[in-house]
Design a protein around this ligand. Structure first.
Ligand SMILES: Nc1ncnc2c1ncn2[C@@H]1O[C@H](COP(=O)(O)OP(=O)(O)O)[C@@H](O)[C@H]1O
Ligand SMILES: [Mg+2]
Length: 342
């Protein structure tokens, strides 16, 4: 009987509660229970048991909710193919891997160039050769630039790179505000090479995905990052994330402070307008699927030419957004499954 709703987690990870599950998974399932009479279950994805799990889910699942950070998986391409196989067999997959591959990685920022969400001064360095030939000039333009590894999360592989007047290079990694110095651009380029990987020839999903996205440094990050939390195309919260005094990282582990506010609050009117418009720009990247189940559009402030506020998209997260500290949003997630009454 294909009538259960499943959450898929990875067995390992730093995102687990005392019982080995993500602390917000059971609350989400309990809310789903209130709106549908379908059974629910949490399963672990184990790469060496994936065929057994695939059979089990094909037999029993009406819908699955994937809650795995691709960064935790070595076999992420395989996992995406696993989700695709489920979707192809008629199971509802939240979020569909075709959507995750397009939105959850930083290269979307370069793809959105020219749209209302995209910043024109964004570039995806797919290979190290490309990086060496283009990055020095990109850095010289403003003397400062942000580099983001295409696959990263929680600030890992996100570097603020700046060039001093004497030509030396200074970097800060967002994950922990760790700082490094290099004598000149050549030393930096040389030491950075290790961060570039080749594409895996056997990958189905990850062709062309290795590399770094270069973005303009937005100094108003000191005022914080503005995160719009969405369920499909509905904004459910605005989170204001403020970095520690004097630092650039707005990630939780680096000590930034989070404040959850209502999207109805008049002070977020402009960001809601930008988001609504942005949803249209993102539509071509949904490959005919729905918007992600639980996801975020993160912005950093900049100025328009006339001095008014401009919201610049800095990333999208849609593979495993957590709501552990704000469990009231589980109800919003559950609403998506209301139609799924037997
Ligand atoms: N263009 C930018 N200008 C200034 N700071 C940035 C910029 N992009 C990212 N940051 C900082 O780096 C942090 C991590 O970058 P982000 O794109 O959110 O990657 P992730 O959270 O996936 O690691 C952000 O929270 C923000 O503090
Ligand atoms: Mg982030």
């Amino acid at each position: 009987m294909k009538d259960k709703i499943f959450i898929i987690e990875y067995a390992k990870g730093t995102d687990k509660g005392f019982d080995g599950f993500r602390p917000d998974s059971k609350p989400i399932l309990s809310e789903i229970r209130k709106v549908t009479d379908r059974e629910r279950e949490i399963v672990f994805y184990r790469p060496n048991k994936k065929y057994e799990l695939l059979d089990y889910l094909k037999e029993n699942a009406f819908a699955v909710i994937s809650r795995i950070n691709p960064g935790n998986l070595k076999e992420v391409d395989e996992y995406f193919q696993f989700l695709k196989a489920l979707a192809n067999s008629g199971v509802e997959v939240h979020t569909h891997p075709d959507v995750m591959i397009n939105l959850d990685f930083k290269d979307i920022l370069a793809k959105l160039k020219g749209s209302s969400l995209g910043d024109d001064d964004t570039y995806f360095y797919h290979t190290y050769t490309d990086f060496v030939s283009k990055f020095p000039a990109d850095l010289d333009k403003y003397g400062i630039r942000v580099l983001k590894t295409n696959y990263g999360s929680t600030g890992e592989g996100v570097y603020l790179v700046s060039k001093k007047e004497d030509g030396s290079i200074f970097t800060v990694e967002a994950v922990n505000n760790e700082k490094f110095y290099y004598d000149d651009i050549n030393e930096f380029l040389h030491k950075f090479e290790i961060n570039f990987e080749d594409d895996d020839e056997n990958a189905a999903y990850f062709q062309g995905k290795a590399g770094f996205v270069g973005c303009r440094y937005l100094e108003r990050i000191s005022e914080g990052e503005i995160r719009v939390l969405l369920v499909n195309d509905k904004a459910i919260s605005v989170v204001h994330k403020k970095p520690q005094e004097g630092e650039f990282s707005a990630t939780l582990f680096s000590g930034a402070k989070y404040k959850y506010e209502s999207p109805e609050d008049p002070k977020w009117k402009e960001v809601m307008k930008v988001t609504k418009k942005g949803l249209k720009d993102l539509r071509p990247y949904l490959s005919g699927q729905n918007y992600p189940l639980l996801w975020t559009m993160d912005y950093i402030l900049d100025y328009n030419e006339d001095g008014t506020d401009k919201y610049v998209l800095s990333e999208i997260n849609c593979s495993c957004v957590g709501i552990t500290t704000e469990l009231q949003y589980a109800k919003e997630v559950a609403k998506v499954f209301k139609k799924a009454k037997k």
